[in-house]
Ligand binder design. Sequence first.
Ligand code: NAD
Length: 317
Amino acid sequence: MTKEKILVIGASGQIGVELTLALREIYGNNNVVASDLREENPLLKGSGPYVSLDVMNKEMLHVQVIRQNITQIYLLAAILSATGEKNPGLAWHLNMQGLLNVLDIAREEHIHKVYWPSSIAVFGPTSPKQHCPQQTIIEPTTVYGISKYAGEFWCNYYHMKYGVDIRSIRYPGLISYKSAPGGGTTDYAVEIFHDALEDKKYTCFLSEDTYLPMMYMPDAIRATIELMEAPAEKISIRTSYNVTGISFSPKEIAAEIKKHMPEFEMAYSPDYRQGIADSWPQSIDDTVARNDWGWKHEYDLPAMTEDMLKHLPETPE
Ligand code: NAD
């Protein structure tokens, strides 16, 4: 078997930190190069190589891929849904050009595998609200959703036309305690734990009955690695796979936290992110991922809440 050398772009972000650490466990510390525009996340320090890299600088990226003998690329650098609505031009530019730079280099350098996440944000108000299927009406209304949907078709194109082995998941909102979320509409489900532990109260920027698809980070990391390790012939979707974990509302997660912390209080003050949340499905159907590569989530709302409340206080800010 060829020795793999992995480049993670956007390694200092919410997913990047945990994915880099998980990949280092599997492939060895020195075979996973972390990179980001911002400084190395403290949780990564000392665990393996780090390079400062701007995915928009194609030449610099190309040089690093050659210099480090990279065989797999995980592209996580992006501008997320809520931040994207504040600066649509920048979100489109980074989310598209960053991906095209990686796809071009992957093609030229015969990179073995590329991973790039899409999002449930591809779905829009005309998509089914419940158990939204893999193939359905997709008319996104945020710039983030538009960029992800376009990106999915670029991935499919590079696979069909140039044989690039690119794999992708439409992540739901991700909940984690190790690194902070990066400006998404589902960030409330992480903030709530921080504020519950610090102040015993939280004011939510979504209304109490806003159901959204979510997933606990250990499930998301496992889904990513299982997809990337699946034999190529099992991968029938080269746009991006629906995967699902848990669907809940702010009211339900507050009630779950109250079981551990009866004094916890929740208030609601919906802002512009309510409109984004209302455009998305409330739950996702991931039958295709389950059938193709055996995906199955483990964490439900009670298990995730218990684990977050246990580990968050031990995690350095
Ligand atoms: P994040 O914002 O926490 O991390 C992104 C990282 O990319 C940051 O560390 C940032 O510094 C880096 N970055 C930004 N511009 C860069 C550039 N030009 N060059 C190099 N690095 C740059 O985001 P995340 O939550 O870790 O998301 C990672 C991926 O997963 C994104 O594609 C995102 O759209 C997708 N996703 C995330 C979620 C979620 O809930 N977190 C849900 C769906 C999809």
